[in-house]
Design a binder for this molecule. Structure first.
Ligand code: AMP
Length: 288
């Protein structure tokens, strides 16, 4: 049997987006920006959007501006057909799949970009990925301007990204409500990520240790440990694994992302670790 034809609308230009919007019945538009290789984590955003909004649009765009020169832009997984079928199954109204030229009509250099505040992006992932959050904020701004959604949905898995976007929307008076969605995990605790497919079997077996280390740090802090001891223990437990390099293991304020030392203050533990070439991130709220 041949594959069923797709009924889902795929739009690639601003003109096509405008014509999609003109034909829509009145109602709120919910937007889920992604880089594709969709999994249940992305679909949790789609489901959250479907609950709040009348129409859901997903973008699939691997944004060159947010990748460093030695990062995985060219080999980032691209599985459009599979993604479209998943979107159709989840009742998405349209998928926006633009070219680089549509998103960046003047090219990628010498263009207007969005610069998030240094305090938000100098630490955590920003310290290891120079230029990453300028690329993220710029593409999200461009996508918002093209899609013009009422609501936009982002995963808490990329916690620093979520805070950068929330600050951008507030600082620039953007007329969109940003909604954070809890992290979806495998049964063993590993946060779903498009990059998990890069893990070897050995690395995949060691990957759930990230969530275990975060949980242990959270429990220790809630049970009265000093934050510095809890994060040092977490970092040491992951660094002890073969082939694993911890980039950071920190406890921060959930809004400012500044390091927290008071165990009674609101806080979140965040980690980035490289399993060989595969960079995984995760986080867990300690106290909200
Ligand atoms: P990406 O395609 O990796 O750029 O992710 C697109 C959106 O999906 C971002 O807002 C991510 O935070 C979110 N996301 C990715 N993985 C997960 C997950 N495991 N649970 C919830 N949201 C996720």
């Amino acid at each position: 049997m041949g594959k069923q034809a797709l009924k889902l609308l795929v739009v690639r230009t601003v003109a096509e987006l405008d014509s999609w919007r003109e034909k829509l019945p009145a109602g709120k538009i919910g937007f889920v920006p992604t880089m594709g290789a969709l999994h249940d984590g992305h679909m949790a955003l789609v489901q959250a959007a479907s609950k709040t909004c009348d129409h859901v649009i997903v973008s699939i765009f691997v944004n060159p501006l947010q990748f460093g020169p030695n990062e995985d832009f060219s080999k980032y997984p691209r599985v459009l057909e599979q993604d479209l079928r998943l979107c159709e199954k989840f009742g998405v109204s349209a998928v926006f799949h633009p070219s680089v030229e549509v998103v960046y009509p003047s090219g990628q250099v010498g263009i207007t970009t969005v610069q998030p505040p240094a305090e938000l992006i100098s630490g955590l992932c920003g310290a290891f990925r120079p230029g990453h959050f300028v690329g993220v904020a710029t593409v999200v701004n461009n996508l918002f301007n093209m899609v013009r959604p009422d609501y936009a949905f982002f995963g808490e898995k990329d916690f620093q990204q979520l805070q950068v976007i929330k600050h951008m929307v507030k600082d620039l008076n953007m007329q969109v409500q940003v909604v954070g969605v809890p992290t979806v995990r495998e049964n063993d605790g590993l946060a779903l990520s498009s990059r998990n497919v890069y893990l070897s079997d050995v690395q995949r077996n060691l990957a759930p240790q990230i969530y275990r280390a975060l949980t242990a740090a959270k429990d220790a802090i809630l049970n009265g440990s000093q934050i510095s001891d809890a994060v040092a223990a977490g970092k040491a437990s992951l660094s002890a694994l073969d082939g694993v390099t911890v980039q950071y293991f920190e406890c921060c304020d959930p809004i400012s992302l500044k390091p927290v030392t008071d165990p009674k203050a609101p806080s979140i533990v965040l980690v980035a670790a490289k399993y060989g070439e595969v960079r995984l991130i995760d986080n867990l709220v300690v106290r909200s």
